[in-house]
Design a protein around this ligand. Structure first.
Ligand code: ADP
Length: 433
């Protein structure tokens, strides 16, 4: 750069010297000097104007030719502009490829602004959600997908779990919608057709419900006859042992069928919750008394309710949920252990907790505990007579009451099962107090 600057300096010096010399020759050296400098300034202004008009017209190939520093300046701008343009072309090719592959996706992909203004969508969006291109561009997504569940979901900004709705253009099509915030707080919305999966899921539920229902009567008959057989085999120890074993296993099957039927009923979302005011203090006292009988004095069972709590919900379902947690605590805690049942309120929630100092549960099992038939290996071996459905039922009931089940545990220290319900479920008179 220094050498360019040096050459330019030489050039201006030579020009000024030449004009001064000519001026001197005519006895007007100063005028010669002024003419030389003016010519140099005018030449620079001309180069600037060429540069300006070249940049203005964006005709890259019509590069102005020039000498010295200006020539170099034109060359380097030309090179940079070329690189910029080829970079732009490369990026455009990548964007085109991404758009082509997204357009070919079977899932609907929609890009929208933070407030739901539609920016872009792929072809599948038109067949799954009925968007029309280009007419619907710039519309609000909630004007096109009007399902109140979707509107609430989109506006909630809590997209942790996907939403399942029916397609606005085909009520028989079931869609799973996910929203992902990206970039400048924009939204990427995807919709997947899960009609087939939903259909299989319904078949699975119907199958379990039908089998359980069909097994109920034969099992009742079997257990009835076994009781009669036990009554009639008073003196025969060998037969009595066999009948007792058969009775235990048949009762276990009956429990399983019973739990499966409860679970199926809870999973059928069409069945509405039978809501009534439930006095939790009374309910928990009742379950604690049952747990004491079940424990046979082997555990210390403490009930600690800080507040009077009356919440709206299904008495039978809540009883079943809390009872599962409390009886589990008794079942899995060694004798001499301590079980505390706590109930309290805070500004946002109703809390019920069951805390034991039993063997605890390894962290790796915790996410699976509420799955159907999931039982921690140890409990399988010790054969507690459980069905592995208790926590699945409890979780369903809590979700039906808009609540959340939390499980914390440490091996060797104990476990804490906490149920949290929205404070809005608290009976009206308590909320006002
Ligand atoms: P089950 O009918 O086997 O009790 P659940 O669904 O109620 O089925 O519980 C699932 C598993 O979670 C149990 O098999 C047991 O291993 C574990 N579990 C539940 N509650 C406790 C607890 N309080 N302490 C230790 N383990 C527990």
């Amino acid at each position: 750069m220094l050498s360019n600057w040096y050459i330019e300096l030489q050039r201006v010096t030579l020009l000024v010297l030449a004009t001064t010399f000519i001026g001197f020759f005519f006895d007007h050296a100063l005028i010669g000097l002024i003419v030389g400098l003016t010519a140099y300034v005018l030449w620079n202004v001309r180069q600037m104007s060429r540069l300006e008009s070249w940049l203005q017209h964006q005709e890259l190939d019509k590069l102005p030719l020039s000498e010295g520093l200006w020539g170099k300046l034109f060359d380097s701008i030309y090179r940079q502009e070329k690189e910029h343009q080829s970079g732009k072309r490369r990026l455009q090719t990548i964007i085109d490829r991404i758009q082509q592959s997204t357009a070919a996706l079977q899932d609907a992909v929609i890009m929208a602004e933070y407030d739901g203004t539609l920016e872009w969508w792929n072809r599948s969006t038109e067949s799954l959600l009925g968007f029309r291109s280009p007419d619907d561009g710039g519309q609000q997504i909630t004007n096109l997908i009007r399902d109140p569940d979707f509107v609430e979901y989109f506006e909630s900004e809590d997209y942790a779990t996907p939403l399942v709705i029916n397609s606005p253009i085909n009520p028989n099509m079931v869609l799973e919608i996910s929203v992902t915030p990206f970039g400048n707080d924009d939204r990427l919305i995807t919709a997947r057709d899960i009609t087939h999966i939903e259909h299989l899921e319904r078949m699975r539920k119907d199958f379990i419900a039908n089998v359980s229902h069909e097994l109920k009567t034969p099992l009742t008959v079997l257990i009835g006859y076994l009781e009669t057989l036990i009554d009639y085999s008073d003196d025969n120890d060998r037969w009595l042992r066999i009948f007792h074993q058969m009775q235990t296993q048949a009762t276990r099957m009956q429990d399983l069928v019973q739990d499966l039927l409860i679970l199926t009923r809870l999973e059928t979302t069409e069945i509405n919750l039978e809501e009534q005011p439930v006095n939790l203090n009374y309910l928990l006292e009742n379950i604690a008394a049952e747990a004491r009988t079940y424990s046979n004095g082997e555990h210390q069972i403490i009930l600690n309710c800080e507040n009077e709590i009356e919440m709206s919900g299904s008495y039978d379902e809540l009883r079943s949920a809390f009872s599962n947690l409390i009886i589990n605590a008794v079942k899995y805690t060694q004798s001499g252990g301590r079980i505390e049942i706590k109930g309290y309120l805070d500004r946002t929630s109703i809390h019920i907790e069951v805390i034991d100092n039993g063997p605890g549960i390894d962290q790796k099992h915790i996410p699976h505990l509420t799955e159907r038939f999931y039982r921690v290996d140890e409990s399988r071996k010790s054969d507690t007579g459980g069905t592995g459905l208790g926590l699945a039922i409890t979780k369903h009931i809590i979700i039906r009451h808009n609540g959340h089940l939390g499980i914390e545990s440490r091996l060797g220290y104990g476990s804490k099962f906490s149920c949290e319900f929205p404070i809005a479920l608290l009976s009206q008179h308590q909320q006002l107090a």
